[in-house]
Design a protein around this ligand. Structure first.
Ligand code: GLA
Length: 389
């Protein structure tokens, strides 16, 4: 596949100069949803699906971008003196946002670039194609311009900054962190309050992690997401009038229960409850995994979904159908929505000998109920972003 990318790259940009190749993965989050901007824990892993790039430096300050996912858009041109978001710039607003965030931190980009990308993360699936593109761009800039003092965690933070302040989506750090810091066959237990993290081996002897793509993406995702974030922050402000905390993630369930009535708004109270309890569930789930207690891990995933459905209200009909179908199958240990919500994918832990039944039964019932097919991916956990050549 890389050969096709390189061939197209040389066709478009000529074969003078040194090109380099890179990859940055998408992610799936096992548990700990909508906790990352609330100072809680998350537990994502990097996928082997992701975004690939071929890139080389130019002599001038021009930027040329080409995506093999959007051939019809052709080469999109810009330059380093135009690092502001434009609607017509389409997907290139992501790499340009990262360039903007580098410059903002004082890292001078002295040359333009020719870039070609291709991604195999299904579009709109909520498996973080945009974060992978941001981290990919960060890695290209670090490597091509020799910014050796920028760490991969910095690249994740730069990606988040660009998404928040250039592309207007107020996401937390989880997706970029997973894409930058992932490790093959491990999930990342990340405390988003401190950015301390541990890699936990995922060796499921008799089970697989299965992603089911609902193939729906409801509109207004980013505005609904930003609303949730505002509601959580409003709840935090109320709690801060009676208790000394900086983030909801600092509270135990018991502390929350003792103080929750200071939040008068019922919606805000539900949002905060989710953030606090989900954080606790994530800590418990990682402990269960360490004890090889996959049954408990699955129960916590189910409880996570329940909370995201009723308290945080980021699920939707199609996703609930998938989760209800999955949870009803013996041999499914747990199933929940994953990612930002309002469509996208579920993640399930499925016993090896149930995977075929899982796909068949859910595939059939979902198509009957919803009118289009779901897609299934058995997860391979891959490495974080890296240079290929
Ligand atoms: C999106 C955001 C993440 C995180 C999840 C929900 O993927 O980009 O930062 O908030 O939603 O857990």
């Amino acid at each position: 596949m890389m050969e096709n990318l390189i061939q197209k790259f040389l066709e478009l940009y000529g074969n003078d100069g040194e090109y380099r190749t890179y990859f940055a993965p998408g992610r799936v989050n096992l548990i700990g949803e909508h906790t990352d901007y609330n100072g809680g824990h998350v537990f994502p892993c990097a996928l082997t699906l992701g975004t690939y790039a071929v890139a080389k430096k130019r002599e001038d300050r021009n930027l040329r971008f080409y995506s093999m996912n959007f051939d019809s858009l052709g080469v999109i041109e810009s330059d380093l003196d135009d690092l502001i978001p434009h609607e017509k710039a389409s997907w290139t607003n992501y790499p340009k946002g990262v360039m903007w965030a580098f410059e903002k931190r004082g890292y001078k980009l002295t040359h333009g670039l020719d870039i070609l990308i291709y991604g195999d993360i299904p579009n709109g699936s909520g498996l973080s194609s945009s974060a992978s593109l941001e981290v990919l761009t960060g890695l290209i800039l670090k490597d091509m311009f020799g910014f050796d003092n920028i760490s991969m965690i910095d690249i994740a933070l730069i990606g988040q900054d660009s998404e928040n302040n250039f592309n207007g989506m107020n996401c937390g750090i989880m997706d970029q962190f997973a894409s930058a810091m992932g490790k093959k066959d491990h999930a990342i237990f990340l405390d988003t309050n401190t950015l301390n993290y541990e890699l936990a081996p995922i060796e499921l002897a008799d089970a697989k992690i299965v992603i089911t793509n609902s193939k729906v993406k409801h509109s207004l995702v980013s505005s609904a997401y930003n609303d949730r974030r505002n509601e959580s922050e409003a709840a935090l402000k109320k709690l801060q009038t009676v208790i000394d905390i900086k983030a909801l993630g600092e509270l135990t369930n018991e502390e929350f229960e003792a103080h929750k009535d200071v939040i008068e708004d019922e919606i805000q109270k539900k949002r905060a409850k989710h953030a606090v309890y989900e954080n606790q569930r994530t800590i418990d789930a990682v402990a269960a995994l360490r004890n090889n207690d996959l049954v408990r891990f699955g129960e916590l995933m189910n409880a996570s979904h329940e909370s995201l459905r009723y308290d945080y209200e980021v699920s939707c009909e199609e996703i609930d159908i998938l989760v209800d179908l999955a949870q009803a199958i013996p041999g499914v240990l747990g199933s929940r929505i994953t990612g930002g919500g309002f469509g996208g994918c579920t993640v399930s832990i499925v016993k090896n000998d149930t995977v075929d039944t899982f796909k068949e039964e859910i595939g059939k019932a979902y198509a009957e109920k919803v009118g289009h097919e779901a897609e299934f991916y058995v997860v391979d956990i891959g490495n974080g972003a890296h240079r290929l050549n």
